[in-house]
Write a protein that binds this ligand. Structure first.
Ligand code: ASP
Length: 328
């Protein structure tokens, strides 16, 4: 089988989402439906979390071949709160380190009736590749693919902005930092562009700016002080040192001086601007600690929304697969 890596791989013959691999190709209506369902699952801090049985009888396997805290835990909580059985594979001690191919690992899980596989891996294209080989009832959810795609992060970022600002149409959004190696930036760009923000800015030092063929429609800045002027949303990104091969990077203090989101710089943004970060943060490198913990920060709200968004994605995908089973 050839490697079909186009976004259509994630849809079934009727065009419904069967897998979630990328936000590319999802319409504004599809994104909005996922955000609306996620909002339904959001609860106030201190309230008991939402629960239902949408995934009763399903088995979710979490396969994280790269480190993760927020994404892995939130997928697990989301699945448990929807009544699924959940297994978390410890990939350090999995058979892949003994030379087993990813496909053989997937077939093993499939044979044990795991039907939703949540994957994170450093290899570009792996989720779409695997999706072409799994049984018809099995779904692949991308939980972070190399520098390319992190769809549930894009959705939780959009949900957080919508909660704070209401409407996307008037917004100026800035994504700042290591854009070139960031799957978060790519998925956020896809979500915000489809949802119709007024302006999307990306700001990075020249070495960390992606090639011209990417981020269509975004305005590019290599000067953070100009980029931040008047924006409603500031998203700071970690430097992805694990994805760099021999790139020259300044030390942390110099980077912070030149590019960090500081309280001083935030004064140039719109007074009601919010500050976001996908985590893990390197405090006082890409973002000043006082900004991360300050009144404009919605970083903890992003984390909370991560569980609700993953519940919405799991419930939607399971419903689509179920309706295919029922009507076939
Ligand atoms: N947690 C995010 C990711 O998996 C951001 C980061 O690692 O910097 O891409």
């Amino acid at each position: 089988m050839t490697r079909d890596l186009s976004p259509s791989v994630q849809r079934d013959a009727d065009g419904r989402l069967r897998h979630l691999i990328t936000l590319e190709g999802l319409s504004a209506d599809e994104l909005t439906a996922l955000l609306d369902l996620a909002q339904f699952y959001v609860r106030e801090a201190g309230d008991l979390p939402a629960r239902d049985q949408s995934l009763s009888g399903h088995t979710i396997a979490n396969l994280f071949f790269e480190p993760s805290t927020r994404t892995r835990v939130s997928f697990e909580l989301a699945a448990l709160r929807l009544g699924a059985d959940v297994v978390n594979l410890d990939m350090q001690s999995s058979s892949r380190v003994k030379g087993e191919t990813v496909l053989d690992t997937i077939y093993t899980l499939q044979a044990m009736h795991a039907d939703i596989l949540v994957m994170r891996d450093a290899e570009p294209g792996l989720p779409a590749y695997v999706a072409q080989f799994v049984a018809p009832h099995v779904c692949i959810l991308n939980a972070g693919e190399a520098h390319l795609s992190h769809p549930t992060q894009g959705l939780l970022d959009a949900l957080t902005v919508r909660q704070a600002k209401g409407d996307f149409a008037p917004l100026r959004v800035l994504i700042a930092g290591d854009i070139s190696h960031s799957r978060v930036a790519r998925s956020a760009w896809q979500a915000f562009t489809t949802l119709g923000v007024a302006e999307l800015r990306i700001a990075a030092p020249d070495d960390l700016m992606p090639g011209k063929g990417e981020f269509a429609g975004a305005t590019r800045f290599n000067d953070i002080d100009r980029a931040i002027a008047g924006v409603d949303v500031v998203m700071a990104l970690r430097i992805q040192r694990e994805r760099m091969r021999g790139a020259h990077m300044p030390d942390d203090a110099s980077y912070h001086r030149a590019f960090g989101i500081t309280a001083e710089r935030m004064k140039k943004a719109h007074p009601g601007a919010i500050v976001m970060h996908p985590g893990p943060m390197n405090r006082d490198v890409e973002i000043a600690s006082e900004v991360a913990d300050g009144p404009q920060s919605v970083i903890q709200q992003q984390v909370a929304n991560g569980v609700a968004v993953r519940m919405a994605v799991l419930a939607t995908i399971a419903r689509n697969v179920q309706s295919r089973r029922t009507f076939q």
